[in-house]
Design a protein around this ligand. Structure first.
Ligand code: ADP
Length: 178
């Protein structure tokens, strides 16, 4: 039984996952778990893909590392461009961030993504790949889609998720004692 919820913030690279997760962690005291950092720091990969400039993730190793880190105990804001690998029983809310193509293009260009990687991510956003993955992997009741085109939208998203966390904690007060 968790006394703090676990929340996934997911979406195509560049939608604002890290920015949201950091703001939420600061406001709520929950722990920001950057899965990219875990992959890198704990060596949960099978090497570096030079063309795509990204790690080739070893999902079994990644899950083991997250299990060792006791993520399932709760209180984590899990930030990653994927969500299907986490056991359903670990997760209380899945937030899928979305942006307009032109905004995403600008953000990924600023990161100097290789052309193929930039195009693949733009296609993925247009095709709603991460939203579909979330809907396929979790109960529809816990999947929320939010837009992240502007600072105002981000602030309103963070307010909304913070309110959700407060409510969840009220609803589950006492669970840890049972
Ligand atoms: P991700 O973690 O999904 O790859 P980041 O949080 O690193 O995305 O954000 C990518 C870039 O876009 C950063 O420069 C960040 O400041 C900017 N950004 C993210 N969300 C917003 C937003 N809602 N409004 C304006 N800029 C944003």
């Amino acid at each position: 039984m968790r006394t703090d919820p676990n929340i996934i913030i997911t979406g195509t690279p560049g939608v604002g996952k890290t920015t949201h997760a950091e703001a939420l962690a600061e406001r709520t005291g929950l722990r920001h778990v950057s899965v990219n950092e875990v992959v890198k720091d704990k060596g949960c990969h099978e090497g570096w893909d030079e063309a795509f400039k990204s790690w080739i993730v070893d999902e079994d190793k990644l899950l083991d590392a997250l299990e060792e880190d006791n993520v399932k105990a709760g209180g984590c804001i899990i930030d990653w461009h994927g969500c299907e690998i986490f056991p359903e029983s670990w997760i209380d809310l899945v937030v899928v961030l979305r942006v307009d193509s032109s905004t995403l293009y600008d953000r990924l260009s600023a990161r100097k993504y290789p052309e193929a990687k930039l195009q693949e991510n733009l296609d993925s956003e247009i095709m709603e790949v991460l939203l579909q993955e979330a809907r396929d992997s979790y109960d529809e009741q816990i999947v929320v889609e939010l837009t992240s085109n502007s600072t105002e939208e981000m602030e309103s998203n963070v307010d909304r998720i913070e309110a959700w966390i407060k409510q969840w904690k009220q609803d589950h007060a006492g669970d840890g004692a049972q």
